[in-house]
Design a protein around this ligand. Sequence first.
Ligand code: ZN
Length: 96
Amino acid sequence: MRRLLSKPPKGLRYEIIGQLTRATINTTNDYEPFTFVPYRPYYCPVCGDDAGAEGHIATILVLEFTSGEKHNFITWSHKKCFEECIETNEPDADLE
Ligand SMILES: [Zn+2]
């Protein structure tokens, strides 16, 4: 199930896309963020700290904008941070 971020996501410059209405996150077993050194640190979208170390899970972050646009991102998140987000009844999102 998707979970709702209580605060705007960290580590992403989504402002260049538009006005954010909400952001949700769900786990995924199908994808993993690329291990590409220049991309480090891998910011956890929930807390903004580096999630490249241990205790991270692959997640899909969905950003929804006032324009109706949705953008899905694959991210590492801390398991603890993910679990602290509020559950919704919405099915998991996937990469589009
Ligand atoms: Zn975190």
